[in-house]
Write a protein that binds this ligand. Structure first.
Ligand SMILES: [Zn+2]
Ligand SMILES: [Zn+2]
Ligand SMILES: [Zn+2]
Length: 164
């Protein structure tokens, strides 16, 4: 029996991660083509670096990684590439970690919610539709206008829970 590729929302440790990267880049090309956006070499490279694994990347680590590459470029260019990828919905910012993860495109609309494993530092994304509605209702009752809702949940993924 081959090992399953997924362990709940998290990919199994032995999954084919090259496939994740290929899918993420193909998805980015599609999104950019559909919306007439340009996936420039630096934007693509930053996206690939964020997809190095399923752990969030800090801007600092991305700058360090790019420093040694032919693409080497000034920090503002990297920050602009991050802004572009965020605006295009291709990556997400994990506020509690001040770091970025690739969007695995499982959320359809609205804000996703994030599961953050404290065992392996990986982040998985779930549709946050029901949660967003509940937050909206609670905020309305409280007479509060929501700008942004960020749902980040820490815990253990299936693999780490098994090991614990
Ligand atoms: Zn993967
Ligand atoms: Zn997403
Ligand atoms: Zn884990």
């Amino acid at each position: 029996m081959p090992e399953p590729m997924q362990n709940g929302a998290f990919p199994a440790p032995s999954h084919d991660h090259d496939r994740c990267v290929r899918q993420a880049v193909a998805h980015a090309e599609q999104v950019c083509a559909d919306r007439d956006l340009r996936l420039t070499p630096i934007r693509r490279r930053v996206l690939e670096l964020i997809w190095t694994n399923h752990q969030p990347s800090k801007a600092y680590d991305l700058l360090e990684a790019i420093r040694g590459e032919p693409f080497s470029t000034a920090p503002p260019t990297v920050y602009r590439a991050l802004d572009f990828l965020l605006d295009a919905g291709l990556i997400h910012r994990i506020e509690s970690l001040n770091a970025y993860v690739g969007c695995d495109a499982r959320h359809v609309a609205g804000s996703p919610m994030f599961l953050i494993c404290r065992g392996c530092d990986r982040v998985a994304e779930l549709p946050g539709t029901g949660v967003g509605k509940a937050i909206g209702r609670a905020a309305k009752r409280a007479g509060f206008a929501v700008d942004q809702e960020t749902v980040e949940i820490s815990g253990l993924c299936g693999g780490c829970a098994d090991d614990a």
